[in-house]
Design a protein around this ligand. Structure first.
Ligand code: ADP
Ligand code: MG
Ligand code: MG
Length: 342
């Protein structure tokens, strides 16, 4: 009676395509393992479909399915005629951003009573919201970048006012609840600010404006299983031009370089690893998270954000940091399965 894991990818999120690439990397790894899995696709209208080809990148016509409770602690996948396709023991929502990383799918799975890998509703929702994350981290004494919150209907301060308030001529504008740098812009005058606000408001009704810091960008992968919580070594992103935007994150010809692990003073490394674990625990995250840092020239550390379902593409930091430590994607998934079913 083997365990069957359902992978869910896609969704109406603006990170739909990234999710498919993450899920593909994961199922490619699982195909060479003893873990049995069923790949499911949430389409751009959030309809659940079965992927019969093990291929998320070239989606073939797939049939509509329903996940349902069959009996106490027993769940099945049904087709639209109500015929059982197979048993599902747990779900790994490999979804980024809205619907998948914000507590929505987690709430759905809670209602169905299906166990799942990753953070629960509240942790997901707080981590997805960059303002709530900062409020939380501040209460723990973990330093975060100063910010200004702007709601869609509020009056908009001028560039000069924001620049004075945040003590910086270059500013970052970002949606409060997005990822993959979608809707994020760097601005240095009124005209750029106006365009950036318009773009960011397309993605979220709440924005953050921050001083653009001249910093090193460091990331720690947190791995929690049934018995421990571990912080990886630090990865670093170096962008030779601009910032770590969508293109630099996902284009194979990206000019951004990843250093895994990076050279870091051992006290700084220990401090950011501590902050990573403290952040993961404080938000009540589960199984996995990637905590992202900024390090200034005079060694001031800031937590920029925490991602509860970090990218899993073939050049994403989370799987690469653990691979470097000798933990493969299959090992990761296998540990989480055991931890969920323990
Ligand atoms: P996302 O959740 O979309 O990844 P981030 O807050 O991580 O949002 O912003 C995306 C990228 O923008 C970061 O990886 C970094 O390169 C740049 N960035 C964001 N905020 C700042 C800031 N205050 N100073 C300098 N760079 C920033
Ligand atoms: Mg993010
Ligand atoms: Mg980020």
């Amino acid at each position: 009676n083997s365990i069957n894991l359902a992978i869910i990818a896609g969704s109406a999120s603006s990170e739909h395509d990234v999710s498919l690439r993450s899920a593909q990397t994961i199922i490619d790894a699982l195909q060479a393992s003893h873990i049995s899995f069923t790949p499911l696709y949430l389409d751009k209208n959030n309809n659940l479909l079965l992927i019969e080809s093990n291929n998320y990148e070239n989606l073939s016509p797939s049939k509509s399915v329903v996940l349902k409770k069959h009996a106490m602690n027993e769940h099945f996948l049904y087709d639209s005629d109500g015929t059982i396709i197979n048993k599902i023991d747990l779900v790994f929502p490999v979804l980024h951003g809205q619907y998948g990383e914000d507590g929505a799918i987690q709430g759905y799975l809670e209602i169905l009573g299906i166990p799942y890998i990753g953070s629960s509703i509240t942790a997901s929702a707080i981590a997805m919201d960059k303002e709530l994350t900062k409020i939380y981290l501040k209460s723990l004494g973990i330093p975060t970048v100063p910010h200004y919150i702007l709601h869609r209907d509020a009056s908009i301060p001028s560039y000069n006012t924001l620049s004075e308030n945040l003590n910086s001529v270059v500013l970052f504008v970002k949606p409060a609840r997005c990822g993959s740098s979608i809707g994020v812009s760097k601005v240095s005058n009124q005209e750029e600010l106006t365009i950036a606000l318009q773009e960011a408001f397309r993605h979220d009704g709440k924005l953050l404006i921050e001083p653009a810091l001249n910093v090193r960008e460091l990331e720690i992968a947190v791995l929690e299983d049934a018995t421990s919580i571990q912080a990886s070594s630090a990865g670093e992103i170096v962008c030779t031009q601009g910032f770590y935007d969508y293109t630099q994150k996902y284009d194979t010809s990206s000019s951004a370089k990843l250093y895994i692990p990076t050279q870091l003073n051992s006290e700084i490394l220990q401090q950011i690893q501590n902050y990573a674990i403290k952040t993961h625990k404080a938000l009540n995250c589960r199984h996995l998270s990637r905590v992202d840092f900024f390090l200034t020239g005079d060694n001031q550390i800031y937590v920029n954000e925490i991602n509860t379902l970090p990218g899993f593409t073939s050049h994403s930091m989370y799987p690469l940091l653990w691979q470097h430590a000798g933990v493969s994607i299959t090992d990761l998934v296998s540990r989480w399965i055991h931890s969920v079913l323990a």
